[in-house]
Design a protein around this ligand. Structure first.
Ligand SMILES: [Zn+2]
Length: 181
């Protein structure tokens, strides 16, 4: 003979194992089953949402400092020992003229920098800008360190128009790891 219990809705005596009362058809599941059926699925959906948002943050921003932080440290990166060179790049179907600026990047600050973007502007003898180029590489510099760089591109104008030039650090990112929020 199975154990008996009293239905809490209609107070009739029923089988202790019943999850639905055979008399009044009320569900007799306990508090733990309510938790499992409502709270757990909601928590699971919330975790899925959090995971999607986190992955999205990693893919769009990455584990890196935002570039705007560079503005506060711009003066810590100094360009020196620059030199301009003209050359030719030879490939199978022909050749093209190249202009290149090399130099040293000195970091006076306590932060390491990566993804450094250098821009070079070229001026003619009347000090008018004739050309501008940007490095495509992966330039980085350690804290209190130095890095050699080369910024080069195809030369589109006569060599004698490249009278002077100016190198600027346009952008850089902190090299340290950062939580993506
Ligand atoms: Zn009942």
């Amino acid at each position: 003979m199975a154990d008996r219990k009293t239905c809490r809705y209609c107070f009739s005596e029923i089988d202790a194992r019943a999850s639905v009362c055979p008399n009044c058809r009320q569900r007799l599941c306990g508090a733990w089953r309510t938790v499992m059926q409502i709270v757990v699925p909601i928590a699971f959906i919330a975790m899925m949402f959090a995971s999607i948002l986190w992955m999205e943050a990693i893919f769009t921003r990455g584990f890196q400092a935002p570039p705007e932080e560079f503005a506060k440290h711009r003066d810590e990166l100094r360009v020196s020992d620059t030199n301009i060179n003209f050359g030719k790049e030879v490939f199978q179907t022909g050749q093209r003229d190249i202009v290149a600026v090399v130099g040293t990047l000195q970091n006076d600050g306590d932060l390491a920098w990566q993804d450094i973007v250098l821009t070079v502007a070229f001026f003619d003898k009347e000090n008018r800008m004739v050309d501008a180029i940007q490095n495509m590489g992966q330039l980085s510099v350690s804290a209190r360190g130095t890095a050699s760089f080369k910024v080069s591109a195809e030369r589109h104008f006569p060599k004698d128009q490249y009278v002077s030039y100016k190198v600027q650090v346009a952008l850089a990112r902190h090299a340290r790891w950062r939580w993506p929020f």
